[in-house]
Design a protein around this ligand. Structure first.
Ligand code: PLP
Length: 458
C-alpha cells in the first residue's frame, strides 16, 4: 500500500518537470526525489510503502508527530465554522485566543503578536518593525541590522539579507546597506588554549565593536537564533546571549531572537530565550512548531517596552502598514491552539527535557568513528560533522558530500536525515521514544560505519 492515487512514476515525472522546489538544483531539474506518500507518528512512508524515521522532523517542525486526528478535527471544524476572514477589518476567535496564549507563553512583556505566514515573513515583519520604530522615533538612519555568519533567517529579501549562510544567498542580490554580519560564533573555532569564557568575550566584543564602528545611531537591531540551527547546530558559549543583550541595550539597539526553530519545545521549553538562555528580547520570531507543521503560520512577538513610545497619544493617523492576506488565518490559528493544547496535555516539554540527555548520549557516541569530526546538540536537535582532512583536495571534495552520502545510506536503512554539506542534522518529532532514539542512532551508526569502510577509514 503506497497511499498514492497515481503511480509513483507519474508523480515523479510531474515533480521533475513542473515543480521548482526550495533550493532547487539548476543542473538538470531531475532530482528524482523520494515521494512522501503518508505519515504517522515519527514515520514517513514513501512511494513503495517503505517506513522511514523522520530524523529532521520535516523541517524542524513536526513536534507532536504526524496523523493526529484531533488536529484534523480542529481544522475541519474551523473550516466549516469560518474558513477565512479579513484580518484588516474583522477579528476572529481562534486568532484572538492564540495571540493571548502566545503572550502568556512568551517571556517578560512580549505581549503583542503580529501573525505571519511562516518564519521568513515573521523575520521580515521584525525587520520592518525596526524601520517603522526608528522612523517614528525620528531617527531614520538607525536601520542596520547586525546578524552573524552561518545564521539562517529566511527567504524574503530582508530575511535573506541578514542570513549569513553563503549558499542561501549565492547568485541573488541582497540589501547590503542594511545588514552587517559578525564572524562565526562556533566555539570549535577558538584558538588553541582559549577557554569558552574568553571566546564568549571575544564574540560579544565583535558585536560591540561593530555597533561602535558602524555607529550606534545607524544600528537598529541585532538578530540571533538562540542556537544557529541550519548553520550546523552551533551552540554559542555560555552567557553569550545575555551579554549581547546588555550590549544592545547599552547602545539602544533592539534584540530580535529568532526562535523559528527553537520555539515550541525543541529545547524543552515554549521559548528558549529566557528559559534556556536567560534573556528577554525585544522581539521573538516563531513559526514551524507553532502548528507542528500541520498548517503554515508564523508570528512576530513584540515587547510592551518598545511599543510604548510609538503607540497612543500623538500617533493619530499612523498605522503599521505591514500585513498579509493570511495574517492570523483562523484555520491555521485553530490548528496552533490544538497543537499547544496537545503539547500541554501530553506534557511534551517535560518529555523533551527527560529524553534529551539520552538523545545526546547516543549522538555523542557517534564521535568515536574516525570519519566523525564533531557531534553536538541540545534538547532534541543534533548534528554530526564529517572529518575534513586539510590539504587533501580529494578528501575535501568527498567531505562536502558527507551529508548526502550518509543520507543515502540511512534512507536505505529506514531513516531520513538532513544533509548539509559535511554535516547531517537531526530534529525528530518531540514525541520520539527511547526505543525510537535507539532505532534512529543504530541506523545512523551503521551508515557511518559503512561509509568509513568505503573510504578506508574504519
Ligand atoms: N528563521 C530560522 C531560524 C529558520 O530556521 C527558518 C527556516 O528554516 C526561517 C527563519 C524561515 O522560516 P520559513 O521557512 O517558515 O519561512
Amino acid at each position: 500500500m503506497t497511499g498514492l492515487s497515481n503511480s509513483a512514476a507519474v508523480i515523479r515525472e510531474y515533480d521533475n518537470k513542473h515543480y521548482m522546489h526550495p533550493w532547487e538544483s539548476m543542473e538538470d531539474g531531475r532530482a528524482d526525489r523520494t515521494i512522501s506518500a503518508r505519515a504517522e507518528g515519527i514515520y514517513i512512508y514513501d512511494q513503495d510503502g517503505k517506513k522511514l524515521i523522520d530524523g529532521p522532523g520535516g523541517m524542524w517542525c513536526t513536534q507532536i508527530g504526524y496523523g493526529r486526528q484531533e488536529i484534523a478535527d480542529a481544522i475541519s471544524e474551523q473550516v466549516m465554522q469560518l474558513s477565512y476572514h479579513s484580518p484588516w477589518n474583522t477579528a476572529s476567535e481562534p486568532s484572538a485566543l492564540l495571540a493571548r496564549k502566545l503572550a502568556e507563553l512568551a517571556p517578560g512583556d512580549l505581549n503583542t503578536v503580529f501573525f505571519t505566514t511562516g518564519g521568513s515573513t515573521a523575520v521580515d515583519t521584525a525587520m520592518r518593525f525596526v524601520h517603522f520604530y526608528n522612523n517614528r522615533l525620528g531617527r531614520p538612519d538607525k536601520k542596520i541590522v547586525i546578524s552573524r555568519q552561518k545564521a539562517y533567517h529566511g527567504s524574503t529579501y530582508l530575511a535573506a539579507s541578514v542570513t549569513g549562510k553563503e549558499r542561501s544567498k549565492s547568485w541573488f542580490d541582497i540589501d547590503t546597506d542594511q545588514a552587517h554580519l559578525l564572524p562565526d560564533v562556533n566555539p570549535n573555532l577558538r584558538p588553541e588554549g582559549m577557554d569558552l569564557e574568553a571566546w564568549c568575550d571575544l564574540k560579544v566584543a565583535d558585536l560591540e565593536n561593530a555597533i561602535i564602528e558602524l555607529g550606534p545611531d545607524k544600528v537598529g537591531a541585532f538578530i540571533a537564533e538562540p542556537i544557529l540551527a541550519s548553520g550546523g547546530v552551533i551552540i554559542p558559549p555560555p552567557g553569550y546571549h545575555k551579554k549581547c543583550l546588555e550590549v544592545c541595550h547599552a547602545h539602544d539597539v533592539l534584540y530580535i531572537s529568532d526562535e523559528v526553530v527553537t520555539g515550541f519545545g525543541r529545547l524543552g521549553h515554549w521559548f528558549a530565550s529566557e528559559d534556556v538562555f536567560d534573556i528577554v528580547p525585544d522581539m521573538i520570531t516563531c513559526a514551524k512548531g507553532l502548528t507542528s507543521g500541520y498548517l503554515p503560520l508564523g508570528a512576530c512577538l513584540i515587547s510592551d517596552r518598545i511599543l510604548a513610545p510609538i503607540t497612543g497619544e500623538g500617533q493619530e493617523g499612523v498605522m503599521f502598514s505591514n500585513g498579509y492576506t493570511y495574517s492570523g488565518h483562523p484555520v491555521s490559528c485553530a490548528a496552533a491552539l490544538k497543537n499547544i493544547e496537545i503539547m500541554e496535555r501530553e506534557n511534551i516539554l517535560q518529555h523533551v527535557r527527560d529524553i534529551s540527555p539520552y538523545f545526546l548520549e547516543r549522538l555523542n557516541a557517534l564521535g568515536a568513528s574516525p570519519i566523525i569530526a564533531d557531534t553536538r546538540g541540545v534538547g532534541l536537535v543534533g548534528c554530526v560533522e564529517g572529518r575534513l582532512t586539510a590539504g587533501d583536495e580529494s578528501r575535501l571534495a568527498l567531505d562536502q558530500k558527507f551529508g548526502s552520502r550518509i543520507d543515502e545510506k540511512c534512507e536505505e536503512l529506514g531513516l531520513i536525515v538532513r544533509p548539509l554539506l559535511n554535516m547531517c542534522v537531526f530534529s525528530p518529532p518531540l514525541i520520539i521514544t527511547r526505543q525510537q532514539i535507539d532505532d534512529m542512532f543504530d541506523i545512523l551508526g551503521r551508515a557511518i560505519e559503512t561509509l568509513a569502510r568505503e573510504t578506508g577509514e574504519s
